[in-house]
Design a protein around this ligand. Structure first.
Ligand SMILES: Cc1cc2nc3c(=O)[nH]c(=O)nc-3n(C[C@H](O)[C@H](O)[C@H](O)COP(=O)(O)OP(=O)(O)OC[C@H]3O[C@@H](n4cnc5c(N)ncnc54)[C@H](O)[C@@H]3O)c2cc1C
Length: 460
């Protein structure tokens, strides 16, 4: 079939206005938030209904056209770069919240719904959807599910997978598959829902997603603990966990990140501090009071010079704004920002932090580290300029070494940003050859022509 005939076929499915062919449009969908080479798609298609989505998938499969589904393209692992060309399928028009059920505590959404818009609608009904990736004002729920996105509340509330009760998705033949349901318990059949979460668009295309909602915490208290050294802060993290307190949030910022954030916003952060812990406890008001006192005490016993407890909502927001500023502030320092996602068992955070310091020195690189310390999920952020080829080689070597260290400490390649193209080459190192071969066999049966997001997650 000729390219022109194919365009006509896609237009017949989604309408002329929803098939984008101009050079500017194709360039706009050739990259995402990862620092990787871009790749132009042949066409961009934007279904506006579930039926159109299914027909689009089927047409791609019938013609063996690679297809890359794209929400907002904020993923940090190259998951939406159409590396094999073909079609980019946009979910931005599939953006309806179909149901928010206040009796049974679930919601049904289309994949293109923006995360924070959904969380806001849920809050209006007196309920709570905890997953809160830093990109939530832009990211889509489909993208969150495909990357199994996390966020600041992961420690206590878990990540996206803990909230996906079920879904409908299109298989490569354009057949609608239903999995999971609206009941708290549902163990019918294979756990296809579990398989599809975190599959990064390589096994099927989400049509609707059923998400669990929870009651919101009645009270919350945020605080900022200031330490002279990163190691003291890391020890405080371990001590809080060991004391069997589970804060909703337990975030770390190193000195470089603190200074950069302060330059960015003048929020009054202590720029001399070796590290900060930003902590929030939530739950029943009496328990919140008690936990806050215990956390403050533990921080002080672990050499915190000060612990500032937010007195009101404005101070609490200021604490979280400082954390939310970390990535944008670091990203302004140099032209290229490589945000990594190395995750280790919590007790290994001190070892990982000192490995990161050594790696920065060894390769003469600027690495600012912040992250979800309570989850062992660190975001070492390398500030560089990709046009400087010599420096870029050092960056690549440093990234390899970061993952070598994380894996040697019993950690993982990704706490929340997925594998995509960026980390596919390390998969064998973490999972072993048998897991790769098993995954490849599964993929070849479910997607025999290899059209679903080829070149991602499982390669080689
Ligand atoms: C500033 C910034 C902060 C961030 N903070 C966090 C954070 O705190 N925590 C975190 O986890 N991540 C974070 N991220 C990464 C990113 O926002 C998440 O991975 C997010 O889930 C991606 O959503 P998206 O809509 O942009 O998806 P996209 O990037 O468009 O797609 C991501 C993956 O989902 C697949 N996909 C999308 N829709 C579907 C569908 N309908 N069916 C099947 N597959 C589909 C795509 O093919 C791709 O593989 C951050 C990114 C940025 C830029």
């Amino acid at each position: 079939m000729t390219a022109k005939a194919l365009i006509k076929d896609f237009e017949a499915i989604v309408g002329k206005d929803n098939v984008l062919t101009s050079e500017a449009d194709l360039a706009s969908y050739s990259y995402d938030a990862a620092v990787l080479p871009n790749a132009m798609p042949g066409l961009v298609v934007r279904p506006t209904t579930s039926e159109q989505l299914g027909k689009t998938v089927k047409l791609c499969n019938d013609n063996a056209i690679p297809m890359t589904v794209r929400g907002s393209g904020t993923n940090l692992s190259g998951g939406t770069i159409p590396s094999k060309g073909g079609i980019v399928v946009l979910t931005t028009a599939l953006n309806r919240i179909l149901e928010i059920n206040e009796e049974d505590l679930y919601a049904v959404v289309e994949p293109g719904v923006i995360t924070s818009k959904f969380a806001g609608e849920v809050t209006k009904r007196g309920l709570f959807y905890p997953p809160d990736p830093g990109s939530q004002t832009v990211s889509t729920l489909g993208g969150n599910v495909a990357e199994n996105a996390g966020g600041l509340r992961g420690l206590k509330y878990g990540v996206t997978k803990d909230y996906v009760m079920g879904m409908t998705f299109y298989d490569v033949n354009g057949e609608l598959v239903k999995t999971g349901g609206k009941t708290v318990k549902c163990v019918t059949g294979y756990n296809l829902t579990g398989l599809m979460v975190g599959a990064e668009g390589t096994l099927g295309v989400y049509d609707t997603i059923t998400l669990k909602l929870v009651p919101p915490p009645a009270a919350a208290k945020a605080m900022m603990a200031v330490f002279d050294t990163v190691m003291d802060a890391c020890r405080a993290v371990a001590a809080i966990i060991a004391a069997k307190i589970v804060p909703a949030t337990l975030e770390l910022m190193d000195n470089f990140t603190i200074r950069t954030v302060e330059n960015f916003r003048n929020a009054g952060l202590p720029t001399e501090a070796g590290a900060l812990l930003l902590i929030e406890v939530d739950g029943h008001p009496a328990m919140v009071e008690e936990d806050a006192i215990k956390v403050e005490d533990i921080c002080k016993k672990n050499k915190a010079s000060t612990v500032r407890v937010a007195k009101d909502a404005a101070e609490r927001n200021a604490v979280w704004q400082a954390r939310r500023d970390a990535l944008p502030a670091l990203a302004k320092v140099k032209p290229t920002t490589v945000l990594e996602d190395a995750t280790v068992p919590r007790s290994k955070i001190p070892a990982m932090m000192s490995a990161l310091e050594d790696i920065a020195k060894k390769y003469s690189l600027t690495i600012g580290t912040f992250g979800h310390a309570g989850d062992g999920n660190l975001h070492p952020t390398i500030l560089t300029d990709k046009r400087n080829t010599e420096e870029w080689h050092r960056v690549e070597a440093a990234i390899d070494e970061i993952f070598d260290h994380a894996l040697a400490l019993g950690g993982t390649l990704s706490g929340e940003h997925g594998i995509g193209m960026a980390k596919a080459k390390y998969m064998k190192q973490e999972c072993g050859i048998a897991a790769i071969e098993y995954s490849k066999r599964m993929k070849s049966v479910l997607d025999p022509k290899g059209i679903l997001n080829p070149g991602k997650l499982i390669v080689g």
